[in-house]
Ligand binder design. Structure first.
Ligand SMILES: Cc1cc2nc3c(=O)[nH]c(=O)nc-3n(C[C@H](O)[C@H](O)[C@H](O)COP(=O)(O)OP(=O)(O)OC[C@H]3O[C@@H](n4cnc5c(N)ncnc54)[C@H](O)[C@@H]3O)c2cc1C
Length: 519
């Protein structure tokens, strides 16, 4: 059932078994798992079915790092959340992302990749991608093969920008046990006097209505930044916010910093395998993108963060000087005229016979261009001082706005340099290409060139020890028996891959857990 918060009486209380807050990738995945079941679900969504600037403005926050993009636009506050304009790049985290690594402080998850693997398979079905991400590409392209002890060349991302709202709206809205309440902004959660159980969520609309939702269990699924904002703002019993006894809520904030044009690669060998690394999508924007990856041995030896390098063609190599001359001669003769400077053009064409042949060959054989720019993607170190925190400024609902202080430690700079050197060395050694690395010389800092990937992670990090994390391995807020968090805010280590595939896998896992346990 679809309801609007403005139609609910002020001061009334909606009762349910499970209250899910937020209807993005995480919230919709969770709600759909309960479709047609016994449990009474209330799904509270801040926005309506379409974009609305006044609702979107509730996302405005202050950014300390000038490289932080406008966080209002990097998230969408309406039904379907940010999946209404995401790109759909998907891949699971790597096995090493789940392990504690000596050279990455505070790294590791409370479980392994093997544990999450069945949920990744279910996520693939839901997100309409095949669950294979290595080997030959789905379109048949083969990766470059050369002998390297450090660099792996046969991995790719799947791409399918599935619109979650459009695809799954009916499954959820038509379910008799689910009430979706739109334009319902959750301001805070009210806990019992010992702060060990949430009793109600307080909801407000921009038109001034206020009501409460009482549930047996609550899941925050409002995105990697707002999950922390709601916990920090739920301070009526716990003065520093719910689940924040050890001052971890909002800390360890990270994104995937990426640098476009981090280097140039000139392939010296013609190979159709170069196509493996091109962005290949069909007219529905569905496809894949291969990349270069430093293997776990390389990462450990050089104390690198997990990262990858993508190729982007600088331009299709359509022409050479000899071809220009050949075309000039052909055009003039075709018009029945003698070409001017005929001898000069003829000599130039003959002198460039290799270039003419190579271009013709690439065209016939479907081989890509030889010159590329690179796109560098990396994880970041979990850092307590990289954080979101409440300011005294208020939004239109009276909720405190956030300050986002995104920090990128020196290990990122080291990883950037080492990964490019490694790739240059390995491609050069194999006689495949030469590379020119940007932003890595003395006194240069690639952090001046980073962009955000809009993957907001870490602010309610998962850790078995309540002193070191906000949620436990079941995504339950430590010390609060009926409060759970869904989304990338729970990632304790971030990997270099896009976040949503893991968000969906974790939401499916949380749904299974809630089905077993809560009453
Ligand atoms: C341009 C762009 C491209 C992207 N491309 C990719 C990509 O290729 N691959 C990838 O993995 N990720 C990508 N992302 C990130 C991806 O969109 C997010 O990882 C994903 O949407 C997060 O899902 P979520 O459910 O946690 O949060 P969201 O999708 O942001 O959903 C949160 C929901 O909570 C609601 N909400 C917020 N606050 C409240 C409140 N107080 N009360 C009630 N409801 C509330 C919001 O309205 C929203 O519906 C991209 C993001 C952007 C901006």
């Amino acid at each position: 059932m679809l309801l609007y918060a403005d139609d609910i009486e002020t001061a009334s209380v909606l009762e349910c078994d499970l209250c899910i807050v937020g209807s993005g990738a995480a919230g919709l995945t969770l709600a759909r798992e309960f479709s047609g079941q016994q449990k009474r679900i209330v799904l509270l969504e801040a926005g309506g079915l379409e974009f609305d600037p006044d609702t979107q403005a509730l996302y405005e926050c202050e950014a300390v790092n000038p490289r932080t993009p406008p966080l209002t636009e990097m998230r969408l506050r309406f039904f379907g959340g940010t999946t209404n304009h995401w790109t759909g790049t998907s891949r699971p985290l790597d096995a090493l992302d789940f392990q504690p690594r000596r050279h990455v402080a505070d790294s590791g998850w409370p479980f392994t990749l093997d544990h999450l693997a069945p949920y990744y398979r279910r996520a693939a079905a839901l997100m309409q991608v095949e669950p294979s991400f290595s080997g030959n590409a789905p379109d048949g392209n083969r990766p470059l093969t050369f002998d390297s002890p450090w660099l792996e060349t046969d991995h790719y991302f799947r791409i399918n920008p599935l619109r979650f709202a459009e695809t799954y709206q009916d499954d959820i809205v038509k379910a008799p046990n689910i009430r979706v309440v739109l334009k319902a902004n959750v301001l805070s959660l009210t806990a019992d006097p010992t702060a060990s159980r949430v009793e109600t969520a307080t909801v407000a609309t921009l038109s001034g209505r206020r009501f409460a939702v009482r549930g047996n269990a609550f899941v925050l699924a409002t995105g990697g930044i707002e999950n922390a904002r709601i916990l920090l703002g739920s301070d009526d019993v716990e003065p520093h916010g719910l689940g924040n006894r050890h001052d971890n809520v909002g800390r360890y904030y990270q994104d995937h910093p990426n640098v476009v044009d981090s280097s140039q690669v000139a392939f010296t060998t013609y190979s159709s395998s170069i196509l493996y690394y091109l962005h290949r999508v069909d007219d529905q924007e569905v496809g894949r993108h291969g990349y270069f990856w430093p293997n776990p041995a390389a990462q450990q030896l050089w104390e690198m963060l997990n990262c990858g390098i993508w190729l982007m063609p600088i331009e299709e190599v359509k022409t050479t000087p000899g071809l220009v001359s050949l075309r000039h001669i052909g055009r003039k003769l075709g018009d029945g005229r003698m070409p001017d400077e005929f001898t000069k053009h003829l000599l130039r064409a003959v002198g460039d016979i290799d270039g003419i042949f190579a271009t013709a060959y690439r065209k016939v054989a479907g081989i890509g261009p030889q010159l590329y720019t690179t796109w560098f993607w990396s994880e970041c170190v979990p850092d307590r001082d990289s954080r979101v925190s409440l300011t005294d400024e208020r939004d239109a609902l009276g909720q405190r706005r956030l300050r986002v202080d995104w920090r990128i430690p020196d290990q990122y700079v080291h990883t950037y340099q080492r990964m490019h050197e490694l790739m240059a060395h390995e491609l050069g050694r194999a006689g495949l290409a030469r590379m020119r690395i940007n932003h890595a010389g003395p006194g240069e800092d690639p952090r001046a060139y980073i962009a955000s990937s809009a993957h907001h992670m870490g602010t309610t990090r998962m850790h078995a020890d309540p002193r070191l994390g906000v949620v436990d391995a079941d995504c339950q807020v430590h010390g609060v028996e009926n409060l759970f968090v869904s989304g990338s805010s729970v990632f304790p280590t971030y990997g270099h891959t896009a976040a949503t595939y893991t968000i969906v896998a974790l939401a499916l896992r949380l749904a299974d857990h809630l089905k077993q346990g809560f009453t």
